[in-house]
Design a protein around this ligand. Structure first.
Ligand SMILES: [Zn+2]
Length: 292
């Protein structure tokens, strides 16, 4: 199945195509995102900002498969201040499960805040994929259109276009850090999965602490059937969105989970606080390592 990123019409045309599948009419305010489920409504303010920004760029990933079915995964690039020669590259992925809007809104909110104040992105090149499963987002569904859970399909020879396109990104960009935002309706508190680089838990720990200003942390000994330690799980499902198995050295890889049944705006704030803290912790960890 051929993939032709960025080769099918303008950004506006591609977003328009996706929007035809939406069940709800477009809304005009960012406050109504969870209800509106419109990609155009969600992304229009960022598109507008990126058209006039020297830090924020829209570079969406479009494709058409052999049967002529087209699709698009939105992607934004944010370049923080700092020395261009030594950027840390982080991938932020939200909306893998289309019925978990808080991560989607947090990814969008983060870009708005960084555009207003780029300081927290010092030394970073951020690739943000706010809606990895556009069909699921439009239909308030966990699954891809095929009925598959996208987050069990990575690096297993999947033929799902969304998975292939994101695997291509993960291979090509070889991120130093990968963050996936999720919400769990069986958890009463915040927690995260730490994978990849052995120092990952030291990136996750302060981010849980920062996010707990908004929502409680889950201190259960077992979360989602995994052994947990103060909200940190060092295990996980196979097939989740993550670095290519062959990538060396391993990046830090975090799946950050908010409790889905709590107030959405608090989940958004918790996600944003967590990401900003991860960026800060990882940057200082790298700086320390370079000074040794
Ligand atoms: Zn999820």
């Amino acid at each position: 199945m051929p993939i032709h990123p960025n080769s099918h019409g303008s950004v506006k045309e591609r977003i328009g195509t996706i929007e035809k599948a939406d069940r709800f009419p477009p809304r005009t305010t960012r406050q109504n995102l969870a209800a509106s489920r419109s990609l155009r409504t969600l992304l229009a303010p960022l598109e507008e900002l990126s058209a006039h920004s020297d830090r924020l760029f829209a570079a969406h990933l479009g494709w058409q498969d052999q049967k002529g079915v087209s699709g698009m995964i939105p992607r934004f690039l944010f370049t923080g201040p700092g020395d261009r020669g030594s950027f840390l590259r982080v991938g932020l992925f939200a909306g893998v499960h289309g019925d978990e809007p808080s991560g989607v809104e947090a990814a969008v909110e983060l870009l708005h805040r960084l555009h207003a104040d780029p300081g927290p992105a010092l030394g970073y090149e951020l690739f943000v994929y706010p809606v990895c499963n556009p069909w699921g987002f439009a239909h308030d569904a966990r699954w891809l259109k095929s009925g598959t859970d996208m987050n069990r399909e990575f690096w297993r020879g999947s033929d799902e276009m969304e998975v292939l396109v994101l695997e291509g990104q993960l291979m090509k960009l070889a991120f130093d850090g990968i963050v996936a935002l999720h919400a769990d309706d069986t958890s009463s508190g915040l927690y995260g999965f730490a994978k990849g680089h052995q120092l990952t838990r030291h990136v996750l720990e302060p981010s849980l602490e920062a996010a707990s200003r908004f929502l409680p942390r889950n201190f259960d000994k077992s979360i989602d059937n995994f052994q947990a330690n103060a909200g940190i799980i060092e295990d996980g499902y196979s097939g989740i969105l993550g670095a290519p198995p062959t990538q060396k050295p391993r990046p830090f890889e975090i799946v950050f989970e908010t409790p889905h049944r709590t107030e959405n705006s608090l989940q958004v704030e918790a996600h944003v606080a967590a990401i900003l803290t991860m960026l800060e912790s990882f940057r200082s960890m790298i700086a320390e390592a370079q000074n040794i």
